[in-house]
Design a protein around this ligand. Structure first.
Ligand code: 5AD
Ligand code: SF4
Length: 461
């Protein structure tokens, strides 16, 4: 049996693409391997969102080069967003790579492999599939592969034009996946052992796969029997409306966690980014969702050092963090990207200033995050058990608000029997980014009798 080894860099969409690559290759009799030396095909699944991600790809390629030189029959392919962004010239820059392919070419990967075998032809398969012809690959999860939580794509591409972002260029126009396909896929994941799904897309709130839009899709997924939890990501604030916010109050399985990228606290910078909302509009949405769901955990993305960002404008981002009290942030220094509208604005904030701003932002958030985490101590929380704790010896899972909780199982308990089940835990300690829980006495004594099909014994978290 031929073997494929995949290395992935990047976002959840890339993780999702890796799963589809494994499935299409399996369909042709290939099996995945963790060992690059045992592989007949190595795929680097790349991310182009920031320059740093591209550097990671370059160093991985440098490392693989001797392997390819020693074994010319080994196929080396570069997939993901970088090939679409860079096009044909990338192939010329990487003479030892057999072919490149974009995300839309994944369904054709076995045919591309045939075409490239034996060095017959080098090519870049980076064209987009026409919107009308776009066909979502159905996940075909096997019980042994499925984790407690599964990603289900509801949309591909993006129709927004945030000035800094490569995604519209690398993933093409937005296409919504038909609702029936989404629900059927969730059902397949549940049948294979998953208990939580995260619906993913670049801007799930603009989903148009059925009348009633995203809130209606959420309601249908929420009703799938056997599913314990639903999440979604990512939301664009301009499309995150009260109907979606109300779902946090109305849908029992929808978890109280919202990722709502703000990018900047300055209305002028937001306009320059073409985000199409103001600071005030964003804050109104935050306030509304907190009125319908007071304990919701909210996370965000922030870019510092966007072209033209002044000290005062950066100060507005800091004050926005104070005002919102996020549970977590992902923060990035602005990275100039090819083929984006912001390219014409230059890169006006010097690197040391960007670094200072990033450090100030992260320091502020560390203090806010610690307070947000501390609020759980003394509470009892519902935790979905996912697997073994990162350092071993304990079980771990997540709260509905998406905080990681580690806890000790009762003596003699088998972790595999706990994975995929909900436990009620007393939260005893808050650590830097996670919580420590304890089973209340009666729960610890109760015999566990809920086997779940997770052959991997759960996910380390
Ligand atoms: N520079 C820095 N950060 C970026 N992001 C997207 N493009 C860039 C860029 N050019 C960040 C945004 C987005 C997240 C996925 O990556 O914050 O929400
Ligand atoms: Fe990029 Fe903006 Fe689309 Fe998000 S919404 S993927 S930041 S263009």
């Amino acid at each position: 049996m031929k073997k494929v080894h995949i290395q992935s860099f990047g976002c959840q969409m890339n993780d999702y693409d890796v799963e589809r690559i494994v499935e299409v290759m399996r369909g042709r009799g290939w099996e995945p391997t963790e060992d690059e030396r045992a592989a007949d095909l190595i795929v680097l699944n790349t991310c182009a969102i920031r320059e740093k991600a591209e550097h990671k790809m370059a160093s991985a390629l440098g490392r693989l080069r001797p392997l390819k030189q020693a074994r010319p029959d080994l196929l080396l392919a570069v997939g993901g967003c970088v090939p679409t962004l860079e096009g044909e010239p990338l192939l010329a820059q990487l003479p030892f790579v057999d072919f490149t392919f974009g995300p839309d070419a994944i369904p054709r990967l076995p045919a591309l492999v045939d075409e490239a075998t034996g060095g017959r032809r080098r090519f870049a398969a980076v064209a987009f599939t026409e919107v009308e012809a776009y066909d979502f690959l159905d996940a075909a999860p096997l019980p042994g592969d499925v984790r407690t939580t599964a990603l289900v794509t509801i949309q591909k591409g993006c129709d927004n034009d945030c000035a800094y972002c490569v995604v519209p260029t690398t993933r093409g126009p937005e296409v919504s996946r038909p609702a029936g396909e989404v629900v059927a896929e969730v059902e397949r994941f549940v049948a294979a052992g998953a208990r939580e799904v995260t619906l993913i897309g670049q801007n799930v709130n603009s989903y148009r796969g059925l009348r009633g839009g995203f809130p209606e899709l959420l309601a249908r997924v929420d009703a799938v029997p056997g599913l314990l939890r639903v999440r979604f990501t990512t939301s664009h604030p301009k499309d995150f409306d009260e109907r979606v916010a109300d779902c946090f109050r109305d849908l029992p399985r929808l978890c109280e966690w919202l990722h709502l990228p703000v990018q900047s606290g300055s209305t002028r910078v937001l306009a320059s980014m073409t985000r199409t909302y103001s600071r005030e509009e964003y804050l109104r949405k935050i306030d509304y969702v907190r009125t319908v769901c007071p304990d919701i955990a909210i996370t965000t993305d922030v870019i510092v050092g966007y072209p033209g960002e002044s000290d005062d404008e950066f100060g507005e981002t800091l004050s926005l963090l104070e005002r919102v009290q996020y549970d977590g942030i992902y923060s990035f220094k602005y990275s100039v990207r090819p083929r984006t509208p912001a390219l014409s604005l230059g890169d006006t904030v010097p690197e040391p200033r960007k670094a200072e701003r990033l450090a100030a932002l992260q320091e502020l958030q560390a203090a806010i995050g610690a307070r947000r985490l501390a609020r759980f101590v003394g509470r009892t929380e519902e935790v979905l058990v996912e697997g073994e704790s990162r350092h071993g010896g304990q079980a771990c899972g997540r709260t509905r608000t998406n905080y990681k909780v580690n806890f000790a199982l009762p003596d003699g308990a088998v972790l595999g029997e706990w994975v995929g089940r909900l436990a009620r835990l007393d939260i005893v300690t808050a650590r830097a980014h996670s919580l420590e829980g304890r089973l209340p006495a009666p729960e610890a004594k109760r015999r566990v009798s809920l086997p779940v099909q997770t052959a991997r014994g759960g996910t380390p978290c």
